[in-house]
Write a protein of this length. Structure first.
Length: 204
């Protein structure tokens, strides 16, 4: 693991620069870098796909690179170009600065925590069940159950392969929560399928 305090961004003291308000995606990218590794945009995308997507969302490559530019301009990260040994073009890697670490620590400790906003497309579709055939409702629920179980299995696998092996580390704890969340979604789909069966028996 690299020492994240041994480099400063080029130019004037970043502490004198005006700090922009970061979107949540910016804090997420900075948070990934706060674990101390020097990472490329590609590395950040892979890690977000193994972690962030289970409980927040995984930003696209363009969003990650856009946030990295914003973070570097703010003095929160610094970057350098690394030559590739395989003949591929050079890549740019990023590391968090002292200022960036202080900023993301302050954000994690002090920023208001917004309640989650539930946008459940499956429930919206079933809310309009009076416009759907019963078979279509069961199909929607069945596909959601399969999705939830697939995500549960992936969260379980990613938790087992988490780069931080400490059982009580933040990423490990959140991946365990993600596994339980998707298990609950799977079980809720099963319960709703049973509700449909009971409703149908009541109509006969």
């Amino acid at each position: 693991m690299r020492n994240v305090t041994d480099r400063k961004p080029d130019g004037a003291d970043a502490g004198d620069a005006e700090r922009p308000e970061l979107p949540a995606t910016g804090w997420a990218v900075l948070g990934l870098l706060s674990f101390g590794e020097e990472l490329s945009g590609y590395d950040l995308k892979k890690w977000s796909d193994r972690s962030l997507r289970f409980f927040y969302w995984s930003p696209s490559f363009s969003q990650i690179y856009g946030e990295l530019k914003r973070l570097e301009k703010a003095g929160y990260v610094s970057s350098r170009t690394v030559a590739q040994e395989t003949g591929h073009r050079d890549k740019r890697v990023y590391v968090i600065t002292d200022e960036g670490m202080a900023a993301v620590r302050r954000w994690a400790r002090e920023a208001p925590v917004e309640p989650p906003v539930l946008k459940h497309g499956v429930m919206l579709r079933l809310w309009l069940g009076h416009l759907l055939e019963d078979d279509r409702m069961r199909e929607v629920l069945g596909r959601h159950r399969e999705f939830a179980e697939t995500m549960r299995q992936r969260a379980e696998a990613d938790a087992a392969a988490a780069r931080d092996a400490e059982a009580r580390s933040g990423p490990a704890l959140v991946l365990k929560w993600s596994e339980r969340f998707y298990a609950a979604e799977r079980d809720l789909a099963d319960a709703m399928l049973a509700d449909l069966e009971e409703r149908d028996r009541g109509h006969t």
